[in-house]
Design a protein around this ligand. Structure first.
Ligand SMILES: Nc1ncnc2c1ncn2[C@@H]1O[C@H](COP(=O)(O)OP(=O)(O)OP(=O)(O)O)[C@@H](O)[C@H]1O
Ligand SMILES: [Mg+2]
Length: 274
């Protein structure tokens, strides 16, 4: 099965978390699944920026990215974190290759414009994936590990929110499953993990301030992936033991399943027509 696995930046902070995840990714790949791993940057990136004396500013959950911030993003995302994860998967027994947008022009992007014309800088959205390149890696049993960037037609690298990238890439590569591994146990409502969230409930959760920050972007990305043909989307705690294997294997998965807007079974469609 073709799957996109999105790994939160927070899960790359502790070496033990990285090792536990890497082992599960290697096991899924060994079982014959075609995996695209996408990772974020989280606190590690914010801390690096702070160390460099660069401030962080967000609009609608998206980081305003000037040239200096972008250059640091390339160093942290495509450098340190990307190599940390691809190295751990390779050491877990399955060869993994860290890729970023520029490599074989694997992820193309266009600059993102916000309605209120607030300049986001080098923030983009995904417009194309070099699927042939990914296929050539899968054929050799190699796991591609992608940092959250896109290559613009102007030759510049653009920062892409990792959830946006994972969801859009899942659509482009026609993945059957998209798994978001995050630093919480799933989508929480008053501290309790919701087993399932239907697309129609997402707006309501946001309006009632039940979800905020990065979780809003994640749910919107999940909704988009479902609308784009990805059959199954899950949001799972990445530190729970064997959580990825359960989610990847589709068995008694922990966390939250995001369900499509409308039921697609013929029975439900018939019901809706009445
Ligand atoms: N209802 C909610 N349930 C769960 N998490 C929530 C909720 N509302 C807000 N959040 C926040 O969303 C965060 C997850 O999004 P965040 O963007 O921080 O991480 P990520 O997307 O998994 O990783 P990265 O941004 O590094 O790619 C949680 O850590 C939590 O603080
Ligand atoms: Mg996020």
């Amino acid at each position: 099965m073709r799957m996109v696995v999105k790994v939160a930046g927070a899960l790359l902070e502790r070496d033990e978390d990285v090792r536990v995840l890497a082992r599960q990714i290697a096991e899924l790949a060994r079982a014959g699944h075609e995996l695209l791993v996408v990772h974020g940057g989280g606190k590690i990136f914010s801390n690096t920026l702070a160390r460099m004396g660069i401030g962080s500013r967000f609009v609608n959950g998206l980081r305003i990215t000037d040239r200096e911030t972008r250059d640091a993003a390339v160093m942290v995302f495509a450098g340190l974190l990307n190599k940390k994860l691809s190295g751990a998967i390779s050491l877990a027994g399955q060869p993994a290759v860290g890729i970023s947008a520029a490599d074989a022009a694997c992820f193309l992007a266009e600059p993102m414009q916000l309605d209120d014309f607030e300049a986001l800088g080098f923030v983009g959205y995904l417009t194309e994936v070099n699927v042939d390149f990914l296929r050539s890696l899968w054929r050799e049993g190699i796991v591609p590990v992608a940092s959250c960037m896109g290559l613009g037609a102007d030759g510049e690298l653009y920062n892409i929110n990792a959830d946006h990238l994972a969801a859009a890439a899942a659509e482009f590569i026609r993945a059957e499953r998209l798994i978001f591994l995050t630093d919480v146990a799933g989508v929480l409502d008053d501290g309790k993990v919701l087993r399932a969230v239907r697309g129609t409930e997402i707006e309501d959760l946001i309006r009632r301030n039940k979800v905020s920050g990065g979780m809003v972007l994640k749910l919107e990305a999940a909704k988009r992936a479902l609308a784009g043909g990805v059959a199954e989307v899950r949001i799972v705690g990445g530190t729970q033991p064997r959580a990825l294997l359960a989610a990847g294997g589709g068995i008694r998965s922990p966390g939250t399943r995001v369900l499509p807007l409308i039921r697609t079974s013929p029975k439900a469609a018939h019901g809706a027509a009445q």
